[in-house]
Design a protein around this ligand. Structure first.
Ligand code: 6PG
Length: 246
């Protein structure tokens, strides 16, 4: 049964701290319970403050990194050296500081042609999660952002990828920058045990209102409903500014 929670913080720094604590708690819970923790990170600017908090004390020492596996929700088809690469940003803010075994990093090959990158990433997902035929990976935690157009991951409005029901990964083109991208599909997102949307800034307030209080099931972020999991909307006050019930 889907449970939804709304958490509003004073500002982006408080949002980042709350998100990092959610990550730590989930990591400890799943490592204690099943010996490993599988999380997927989003790109964009919002998660970066959280990444930087996880990369330094005290949180750096409080996460069981040896048993933590990091994946990406989506990636721009760019080399990691490109400033717009999600892997590149995560490396600078987080990964280079972590005692994370190399084999625990499961990233999209942004340097491959898109069709090769999705095949390779899908093999990586299958190898790690070992889903039954026709089934999908089950992530313990997925962080998602939201664009002003209501996109999430690299699932953009009216995109064919929103209708994907069988593949775990899709190749699309769009967004800012408008480049080829590789993205997890809704069947994967909606099997997560926990999804946390991280949304900050007044420029997102209209979109947040449409998603949480409007009737916009057409928007990609509105289609993220982890049926058997927990959905947390983690907003700063600015992004929550237009919510009636906040
Ligand atoms: C990407 C992200 C994308 C992002 C939103 C919000 O690779 O672009 O995955 O879905 O989460 O566009 O981005 P900001 O956090 O920069 O507003």
């Amino acid at each position: 049964m889907l449970t939804t929670q709304l958490i509003i913080t004073t500002d982006l720094d408080a949002l980042a701290l709350k998100a990092a604590e959610l990550f730590k708690t989930a990591a400890r819970t799943h490592v204690d319970g099943r010996g490993r923790f599988a999380a997927a990170l989003s790109g964009g600017s919002t998660p970066r403050a959280m990444h930087r908090l996880l990369a330094r004390p005290p949180l750096l020492a409080e996460v069981p990194w040896e048993q933590t596996h990091l994946f990406w929700v989506d990636e721009r088809c760019l080399p990691a050296s490109d400033p717009e690469s999600n892997l590149g940003s995560a490396w600078r803010d987080l990964l280079q500081h972590l005692p994370l075994p190399r084999e625990n990093l499961h990233y999209v090959r942004g340097d491959f042609p898109p069709e090769e990158a999705i095949e390779e990433y899908q093999l990586e997902l299958i190898s790690f999660f070992q889903p039954a035929p026709g089934e999908f990976p089950v992530f313990d935690l997925i962080f998602l952002g939201v664009g002003r157009d209501g996109h999430t991951a690299s699932l953009f409005p009216d995109s064919f990828a929103l209708r994907e029901e069988h593949r775990m990964v899709a190749a699309v083109k769009g967004g800012t920058p408008n480049v080829h991208r590789v993205t997890l599909t809704l069947p994967v997102l909606n099997r997560a045990r926990q999804i946390v949307f991280l949304v900050a800034g007044r420029e997102k307030a209209e979109t947040v209102k449409a998603l949480l209080e409007g009737d916009r099931p057409d928007l990609p972020a509105a289609q993220v409903k982890p049926a058997g999991g927990e959905l947390i909307w983690l907003l700063d006050q600015e992004a929550a500014a237009l919510l009636e019930k906040a």
